[in-house]
Design a protein around this ligand. Structure first.
Ligand code: ACO
Length: 426
């Protein structure tokens, strides 16, 4: 018998099993707690709650470690491509050459979007946020591609279709928002090159692919590919637990990612840096506001629920920022402001004591700006990157024989039983 934790309550003692992960993380298994004691647990934001076993991503927030299927994200960023990393996350191992080729062909074969979906896009008000459009369009894919999900082959095609079409749909939404003609995917281009081409090619000015930017996009998407049980991934798992189709579960993940405390932070960071620039470049008023408990303002791109050290993705993103701008021979004043802000914050007692470091979103917007991606598309870029992780986590939950309908409890604090009062007596 393994280790236990003893809980004494109401004169009764119960033994709660201690479970241990492959990296030595420990957790108290409370799945029988209510049955044995009548108690439930209360944990706002689930900061102390493990929701599942997972073999996909390992994070060590204290030491700034992130690994996909055991491989450090730094190694993947240096050697892999986004597509290879997506395969790794979804299938559990790196593909061999034949598997990778087959995966690429499948992605190409599924890259077109049903022409009837274009009319949906065209009817959206021009000012619509692309995240709202992407979330609803991914959900709509179920109506256009209603194939079964119970057969292994069909599940593989559904997952690949989603990876491929979501990228096409994201570029489509940008083109439509600009009132431009849509550019179709090309089978001679890689996943990342295809995306940039669909975004920026026009009949009057053919897009010249820059290998530096294609490489930067690969790294950008690898860094976003999974992050274990974060807000949007948990949304995918929770919604999926009701056994909805994959498209609906991912659509929920996209909606969750949109929020400025989560994936929407990359847009919020650029807006904040722009505000600093407009106000004359002075950092201190913003630092002061971030520290003021009575002010809801937060330093966007700083802090993380799990990382209490420097986010390893932010480190790679920062280096990439410098490299890309240098190679493009471009200067972005927002990078100067970001670096100054980081320097000041990391020396400030409030940020030091609360372990607040730059997260992945702090420098990512500057890389995206260098690619020409408009600010309101930033979170969409995050969403495409996170697709392999959401899909892998959804698949893992569906394959887990212990996965149940997610249904938390609550502590009720409303009125006790009260009689109904007829309308004319109130
Ligand atoms: N600016 C100012 N204060 C902050 C910030 C920040 N960016 N982040 C945390 N704090 C404060 C909190 O208010 C808290 O203060 P309190 O103890 O007086 O209430 C203290 O620092 C400790 O915060 P944590 O418990 O570490 O933060 P939490 O886990 O609740 O929140 C979160 C994490 C939501 C990411 C937060 O740091 C934040 O709002 N950051 C800004 C938004 C952002 O960049 N989000 C992207 C995160 S990465 C991602 O999701 C992709």
């Amino acid at each position: 018998m393994g280790e236990h934790v003893t809980l004494t309550y109401g004169g009764k003692t119960v033994e709660l099993p201690l479970v241990v992960g492959s990296e030595g993380e420990k957790a108290i298994d409370i799945s029988r707690l209510r049955r044995d004691t009548g108690l439930i647990t209360l944990d706002y934001g689930y900061a102390n709650t493990g929701s599942c076993y997972s073999a996909i991503t390992y994070m060590d927030g204290e030491n700034g470690i992130l690994r996909y299927r055991g491989i450090p994200v730094e190694e993947l960023a240096e050697h892999s491509t986004f597509i290879e990393t997506a395969y790794l996350l979804i299938n559990g191992t790196l593909p061999n050459r034949t598997q990778l080729n087959r995966f690429s062909v499948l992605l190409n074969d599924n890259s077109l979007v049903h022409e009837d979906m274009r009319s949906f896009y065209e009817k959206y008000p021009r000012a619509s946020h692309p995240m709202g459009i992407l979330s609803s369009m991914v959900n709509a894919l179920r109506s256009f591609y209603p194939e079964l999900q119970s057969v292994e082959e069909e599940i593989n095609i559904t997952m690949t279709r989603l990876l491929s079409k979501a990228r096409t749909m994201a570029a489509m939404s940008y083109k439509i928002s600009r009132g431009h003609k849509m550019v179709y995917p090309r089978s001679d281009l890689t996943y990342c090159a295809n995306f940039l081409n669909m975004m920026f090619d026009t009949p009057v000015k053919p897009y010249r692919l820059d290998s530096e930017l294609v490489e930067a996009l690969n790294v950008f998407w690898i860094l976003h590919a999974d992050h274990e049980q974060n807000c949007s991934t948990s949304a995918v798992r929770v919604v999926g637990s009701g056994r909805v189709n994959l498209y609906a579960a991912i659509s929920a993940g996209i909606a969750a990612l949109w929020g400025p405390l989560h994936g929407g932070a990359n847009q919020a960071v650029i807006e904040m840096l722009t505000d600093i620039q407009r106000s004359g470049g002075s950092i201190m008023p913003f630092i002061k506001r971030a520290k003021d408990k009575n002010d809801p303002f937060r330093l966007m791109g700083f802090g993380h629920r799990v990382y209490k050290a420097y986010d390893p993705r932010a480190k790679i993103m920062k280096e990439m920022c410098h490299r890309v701008l240098q190679n493009l021979k471009r200067h972005d004043p927002l990078l100067d402001i970001a670096m100054k802000l980081e320097e000041v914050a990391l020396q400030d007692a409030f940020f030091v004591e609360n372990n607040l470091y730059p997260n992945v979103d702090f420098y990512s917007g500057i890389v995206l700006r260098a690619m020409g991606i408009p600010t309101n598309m930033f979170t969409v870029m995050f969403a495409i990157g996170r697709l392999p992780g959401w899909i892998a986590q959804w698949k893992e939950s569906m394959d887990d024989p212990n996965w149940k309908l997610c249904r938390p409890r609550q502590i009720y604090t409303g009125p006790k039983k009260t009689d109904y009062v007829p309308l004319d007596e109130r």
